[in-house]
Design a protein. Structure first.
Length: 464
């Protein structure tokens, strides 16, 4: 029977003889089980954009929390009191209940271990669960009997039982469901979205037994104001995560394909969508570059597992192909706009505004803007970039372009508004027109600016 949060007092008595006391001054961790208002100790493994908000969320609810990560730089920065995600605050990561370490011995202190490690896809689009397996091995080698391990990483249905549990069992020599307990609760973090944080979004939870399910649900209910949804099985919870993002990928692929088709018809895509959306049951999606860590990745988890079981989900695969083709289409729009302006491509200069994968964040990983730039560079077009959030040194290294420290439009033949950060919404195109080269082009990928304003300022305007 898995222990519940309400059993903490009894567990503390048992743990006086059954658990080691971890104390590492070097790593800044010194926690006793169940301290801080009698609540159990939670360890979060992986302190990225998913794990760190979790750690902060539990600490804010007076849980003693150990934040564990293998990255020395990440842990040192957090120990110094600096938020590494940009979505929290420095004050939030400095809570007394929250400590950070790279010492895996700290895992021994936790009654609940939450794994939130990356699950990317390989170059051949197959899911890479090596981080989950590695984390399971580390946790299994340190955890004591009675520990509950919860996986939050995005995986395909069956991964928790087929990958994580064997890793935990092999490393610990214990048996899941008897000596320790396992649940799954998919992350729903939305970087850059303050209205949909950890506490504001319903949490899907699951467990290997009804008792584990209730225990995991109780744990998350204590920090998630929106409540929890109890999935009937771990596999249902795993599938729900990939399906909710695959649905978005499908719908965005539809409007992206519409955009490409309407470009051939010389019809304004947004005007069509505005008209269609007047019907009560029309779902509003907009064309755009599909980057990031969820929408362009999660469908591959589903298609991989489904294909393993003998069914190839062709619609999902086609949607991925459509969305992966959009950077080429955006580059084509830019080239056509330059041609309309009578510009020679090999001598043209293009300023790319917004390099992150979506507005309001500085994360350039999995940004499809890089793919657009790569195509344009094949035509010897000179590219510079500017992003108010992204780390310029990281951009230079990753994108291979010059990056402006201070925004300047001087002498550019075209402006490519790729990621419409709010900071770009009020650009005075008339003023910009006095700085750019003669007969300039403006490619406004998501239609963030007014086409009429662009035309009045003398720009050749294009959008998806």
């Amino acid at each position: 029977m898995t222990p519940t949060i309400s059993d903490t007092e009894d567990r503390n008595d048992e743990q006086e003889s059954g658990h080691q006391t971890f104390n590492s001054e070097q790593n800044g961790v010194s926690l006793e089980h169940g301290q801080a208002a009698g609540k159990p100790t939670v360890c979060v493994v992986g302190l990225g954009y998913v794990g760190l908000p979790l750690a902060v969320g539990f600490a804010s609810s007076s849980y003693p929390v150990i934040g564990y990560d293998v990255n020395d730089s990440t842990v040192e920065t957090l120990q110094g009191g600096t938020d590494t995600t940009g979505d929290l605050t420095d004050e939030a990561v400095q809570q007394d209940e929250l400590t950070y370490t790279t010492d895996s011995a700290a895992l021994t202190q936790a009654e609940y271990v939450i794994i939130a490690v990356p699950t990317p896809v390989r170059d051949d689009d197959r899911p890479d669960l090596s981080y989950v397996e590695s984390a399971g091995t580390t946790v299994g080698s340190k955890m004591d009997a009675g520990t509950t391990v919860i996986l939050e990483s995005t995986v395909y249905p069956g991964s928790t039982r087929e990958v994580l549990i064997p890793a935990l069992e092999n490393a610990s020599g214990m048996t899941a469901g008897e000596d320790f307990f396992v649940g799954y609760s998919p992350e729903r973090a939305t970087p850059g979205d303050a209205e949909h944080g950890l506490a504001d979004v319903v949490k899907v939870v699951s467990g290997q037994t009804e008792k584990v399910l209730e225990d995991v649900a109780t744990l998350y209910e204590s920090i998630v104001d929106a409540g929890v949804h109890r999935a009937p099985s771990i596999e249902v919870a795993e599938a729900s995560k990939v399906v909710e993002n695959t649905q978005r990928d499908l719908n965005i692929a539809f409007v992206n394909e519409l955009s490409i088709a309407f470009d051939h018809m010389n019809v304004d895509t947004q005007e069509v969508l505005d008209a269609a959306s007047t019907k009560w049951n029309f779902h509003g999606y907009r064309p755009g570059l599909v980057g990031g860590h969820c929408i362009p990745v999660d469908p591959y988890f589903f298609t991989y597992r489904s294909t393993q079981e003998g069914f190839v989900p062709e619609l999902m695969e086609t949607s991925r192909k459509v969305n992966e083709s959009v950077p080429n289409h955006v580059a084509d729009l830019t080239i056509k706009a330059l041609n309309d302006c009578k510009k020679a491509l090999s001598t043209s200069r293009v300023l790319v505004l917004g390099l992150a994968y979506k507005p309001g964040v500085g994360d350039i990983r999995s940004s499809k803007v890089a793919d657009v730039i790569e195509v344009l560079q094949e035509y010897d077009i000179d590219i510079e970039g500017y992003d108010p959030f992204a780390d310029n040194d990281v951009v230079r290294e990753s994108f291979g372009i010059d990056v402006q420290e201070t925004l300047s439009f001087d002498g550019f033949d075209a402006i490519l508004l790729a990621t419409p950060h709010a900071e770009f919404e009020h650009i005075d195109l008339s003023a910009v027109a006095t700085d750019v080269a003669e007969n300039p082009a403006l490619v406004d990928v998501m239609g963030a600016l007014e086409e009429a304003d662009a035309a009045d300022a003398g720009f050749v305007y294009r959008k998806l």
